[in-house]
Design a protein around this ligand. Structure first.
Ligand SMILES: C[S@@+](CC[C@H](N)C(=O)[O-])C[C@H]1O[C@@H](n2cnc3c(N)ncnc32)[C@H](O)[C@@H]1O
Length: 232
């Protein structure tokens, strides 16, 4: 099933990112939060406190993704969220495509309970890689490589891995260029931050329920931007 919605300056595609993204052409930045790959078993007595874990498994969000969707022929830079356990494969792949990259983090003051005799999941990496001429931008005080923000409970928007507004706003602020594509947009967190920053946004999501949530969030954001402009 495919569908396209135009909402203000944003275009949202319902469908498969691997088929649709190559047809969309060039964007200044691809910002993506694709499926993670990690051992999501166990948890023991804490498992029931990790409500989102079962939804992550049920939706296949622990199965990894095809790295080839990261394509420097189609973008000037890329931001990729990932699980710690994906870094050893993802970093060499990205370093082979882009001349510069950094590993940044967002820190969660409310991490899921400890599991599998591992460290707490209180930080999540995101890799930002860029080509010559597409360097990160921002004032000195805005160039931190980490940001703290409470993780979003899965009941908000019915999605287990929604990125907080503060995280996406900070990431978008550090990106050069005027256009952003998120091929795994989920509930549209990247899109909301992108259109608030005045950038053109195109998102892709294959799950119809999450796609509808993204449309609603984008409509609300477009409305509040229009109201702010009218009040100014
Ligand atoms: C980790 S979530 C992204 C969550 C998003 N950052 C947010 O804040 O809501 C990854 C999303 O990619 C979607 N997805 C997985 N495979 C896809 C594919 N091949 N094409 C399009 N979307 C896909 C999933 O349905 C899921 O909503």
């Amino acid at each position: 099933m495919t569908r396209v919605e135009q909402i203000g300056s944003a275009t949202l595609h319902l469908g498969n990112a691997y088929e649709i993204r190559p047809t969309l052409g060039w964007f200044d930045e691809d910002v993506m939060d694709p499926q993670y790959q990690f051992d999501n078993s166990g948890g023991g007595e804490y498992r029931k406190a990790r409500g989102a874990s079962d939804q992550i498994v049920a939706e296949g969000l622990d199965q990894g993704f095809d790295h080839r969707i990261i394509n420097p022929l189609l973008c000037g830079g890329v931001v990729v969220f990932c699980h710690n356990d994906q870094l050893h494969e993802l970093l060499p792949y990205i370093a082979g495509l882009f001349p510069r990259y950094v590993v940044n983090f967002w820190a969660k003051p409310n991490p899921a309970p400890h599991r599998n005799k591992h460290y707490l999941a209180d930080t999540e990496p995101y890799i930002h890689a860029w080509k010559e001429g597409c360097h990160p931008v921002g004032e000195h005080h805005d160039m931190h490589r980490w940001i703290e923000a409470g993780s979003m409970p899965s009941r908000i928007y019915g999605h287990p891995t929604v990125k907080p507004d503060a995280v996406m706003t900070k990431i978008i602020r550090n990106l050069s260029g005027t256009s952003v594509c998120d091929p795994f947009m989920g509930t549209g967190s990247t899109g909301v931050a992108a259109i608030r920053a005045g950038k053109r946004f195109v998102g892709i999501e294959q799950n119809p329920a999450h796609f509808d949530t993204a449309c609603k969030r984008m409509e609300q954001a477009a409305l509040s931007i229009a109201r702010e402009a009218a009040d100014a």
